[in-house]
Design a protein around this ligand. Structure first.
Ligand code: DX5
Ligand code: ZN
Length: 218
């Protein structure tokens, strides 16, 4: 289903060649570039700060989709917006004031997403749907690439799609997306799919065409 956008996650890219990897996935058909920010507190892993995201920015021609797996969030929003994020997605579980967080993202002129961990109910976004641009349904527990898809995420996508109604809110699915699971969530109503290991597996900076084949297969 080619109307669905593919957002490769650079968490699975070659950490010694981000510029080259970003250019490669975009040349090979990526619609967005998904940047997984992890703080070693909200999730048990540590990745990119604002300076790194700022360094990625000149290499991104499509859309830099920044997934903040951090808590607290609010004091970093301006820095990631300054770094050039086109969208900032915050986890509903990361703090008590998600509505204020979404406002703080929007006031930076950046699109606002809200992410739901696998254990969080779809209903949690009910009072945010008029203030956000995207709901990110996690289908793995955040922190790592290459994990197994959590099946009940499919039903959650359907539920979120139903709740959104005719609002202009995008649904993104993130975690364990591959050729087997992509059709399930696409049919349930997803608009974009994040894929890390499924895009980067078998490829390298010297073999970027593998990325293209992997993207097409999804
Ligand atoms: C996990 C990240 C995901 C991850 C996806 O915490 O938010 O974006 O990189 O990797 P795969 O597609 O390998 O599950
Ligand atoms: Zn992510």
């Amino acid at each position: 289903d080619r109307s669905i956008k593919i957002a490769p996650s650079i968490l699975s890219a070659d950490f010694a060649n981000f510029g080259q990897e970003i250019r490669a996935i975009e040349d090979q058909g990526a619609d967005w570039v998904h940047v997984d920010v992890m703080d070693g507190h909200f999730v048990p892993n540590l990745t990119f700060g604002p300076p790194a995201v700022k360094a990625f920015r000149p290499h991104v021609k499509t859309f830099m989709d920044v997934h903040l797996m951090i808590s607290p969030i609010d004091q970093y929003i301006e820095a990631y917006a300054e770094a050039g994020a086109d969208m900032i997605t915050a986890h509903i579980e990361a703090g008590p004031h998600i509505h204020r967080t979404v406002q703080a993202i929007r006031v930076q002129g950046v699109k606002a997403g809200v992410a739901l961990n696998p254990g969080t109910r779809a209903e949690e976004v009910e009072y945010l749907l008029d203030s956000i641009d995207m709901v990110l349904v996690m289908t793995v527990n955040p922190g790592f690439g290459g994990q197994k898809f959590i099946q009940n995420g499919v039903e959650k996508v359907r539920k979120v799609r139903e709740m959104i109604g005719d609002r202009p809110v995008h649904i993104q699915v993130d975690g364990g997306v591959d050729t087997n699971t992509a059709p399930l969530v696409a049919a349930a109503g997803a608009d974009s799919l994040v894929a890390g290991s499924a895009v980067f597996k078998g490829g390298s900076v010297d073999k970027p065409d593998v990325y293209g084949a992997n993207i097409k297969a999804i």
